[in-house]
Design a protein around this ligand. Structure first.
Ligand SMILES: Nc1nc2c(ncn2[C@@H]2O[C@H](COP(=O)(O)OP(=O)(O)OP(=O)(O)O)[C@@H](O)[C@H]2O)c(=O)[nH]1
Ligand SMILES: [Zn+2]
Length: 197
């Protein structure tokens, strides 16, 4: 998995050549001391940023437990680091993922919810797609009867360039199945907001 050091295989020489070209394009000297190793470093870092491209939701959610729990399970404040596909700069924040298990009470390990978020975050992304991909994969691969995913991020492309509004946060949500029901959704929101400092 990405967090265990096996990163997406990028075409290292090609990525290095591209970074070298970028450095030249901005008027830098890629052969000066501080930059000599930069193309190789950036190419390796890209392998890490985009490690999610070589993973799939079916594998992340392959292992399940039959604990016959049919109520909501919610993991809050999962840290998100992703790369905006428009500018290739980070957006970061948190995700909250909740689901109501399949009728047979099959659940996944709690860490797998965070792995799922990480897998989709470590791709060129937009926040809306990240949110819906996490929600849809829980329906597809776990048979969840209901899902709620809320993602709250700051986009550096809006903070350090362009409109330059540091501190603004974008909130996206995806709700599936039983969590579309207002009462069930209210319960999820209460759990999400409860205990927030
Ligand atoms: N919907 C959505 N938009 C995003 C996301 N990340 C970045 N953007 C936006 O993508 C848009 C790209 O707009 P363009 O007009 O093509 O690019 P730009 O000239 O760099 O835009 P500005 O950021 O307004 O300077 C910008 O409005 C960004 O704020 C995201 O996750 N979701
Ligand atoms: Zn952007």
């Amino acid at each position: 998995m990405a967090s265990e050091g096996k990163f997406h295989v990028v075409d290292q020489p090609r990525a290095e050549a591209a970074v070298r070209e970028l450095l030249i394009a901005i008027g830098e000297d890629p052969d000066r001391e501080g930059l000599v190793e930069t193309p190789a470093r950036v190419a390796r870092a890209y392998g890490e940023f985009f490690a999610g491209l070589s993973l799939d939701a079916a594998s992340v959610l392959a292992k399940t437990f039959q604990i016959e729990h049919e109520e909501m399970i919610l993991v809050r404040d999962i840290e998100v680091y992703s790369m905006c596909e428009h500018h290739l700069v980070p957006f970061h924040g948190v995700a909250h993922v909740g689901y109501i298990p399949a009728k047979d009470g099959r659940v996944t390990g709690l860490s797998k919810l965070a792995r799922l978020v990480e897998m989709y975050a470590r791709r060129p992304q937009v926040q809306e797609r990240l949110t819906t991909q996490v929600a849809d994969s829980l329906v597809t691969h776990l048979g969840a009867q209901g899902v709620i995913v809320i993602v709250e991020c700051e986009h550096l492309c809006m903070s350090m360039r362009g409109i330059r509004k540091p501190g603004s946060r974008t909130i996206t949500s995806a709700v599936r199945g039983q969590l579309r029901d207002p009462a069930t959704r209210a319960e999820a929101m209460a759990l999400l907001l409860g205990g927030k400092r």
